[in-house]
Design a protein around this ligand. Structure first.
Ligand SMILES: [Zn+2]
Length: 178
């Protein structure tokens, strides 16, 4: 393992392309490793482990970042979209926006949006809304939860917002649908 010198920390902070290939950094909180130039969110300094080679990073259990692709391999966009869908399926109850989704999927927001739309024909936020609405419909039909509770359970910020989005999608209010 390489020492995290101030110079290397500086290179990571400034996404220094000239340091690519000189070292790789793994982030213990995510299990992902990157090139110095990677534009993913700046990790905390004490979460960093530095390696001189890709294989050393992988042997230490880190997976290559999908954004900066330290192994040089192209990760298929289908595979990435699949991963994004998994994240949406498991996090739709949380306040998830594009920035947060991109953090969880280890990409940049704009790039994620672009790739996702190219592969699926819809935006990731549109898909998230679909997942939330489908879940809300299910809860409306199968439970006696209040509209407010359903809104919360499905990741909508408020009952009013939930009603608005629901009406836009299905031309009726949640209570009428029920
Ligand atoms: Zn990276």
């Amino acid at each position: 393992m390489l020492k995290l010198t101030d110079q290397r920390w500086q290179a990571i902070q400034s996404n220094d392309v000239t340091q690519d290939g000189q070292f790789y950094y793994g982030v213990t909180s995510t299990g992902i490793f990157c090139r110095p130039s990677c534009h993913s969110r700046l990790p905390k300094r004490d979460h960093l482990r530095l390696f001189s080679t890709v294989s050393a990073a992988m042997q230490a259990g880190f997976r290559p970042c999908k954004r900066c692709r330290p192994t040089g391999e192209l990760v298929s966009t289908d595979e990435w979209v699949h991963e994004i869908n998994q994240i949406i399926a498991t996090h739709y109850q949380a306040p998830l926006d594009l920035t947060r989704l991109a953090q969880l999927a280890h990409g940049a927001p704009y790039y994620l949006h672009h790739v996702y739309q190219q592969v699926t024909g819809q935006t990731p936020m549109a898909h998230l809304k679909q997942v939330r609405l489908a879940q809300a419909k299910k809860l409306l039909q199968t439970t006696h939860l209040s509209i407010g509770d359903i809104a919360t359970a499905c990741g909508f910020q408020s009952a009013a917002y939930f009603s608005t989005v629901f009406k836009q999608a299905f031309q009726q209010r949640p209570s009428a649908f029920r």
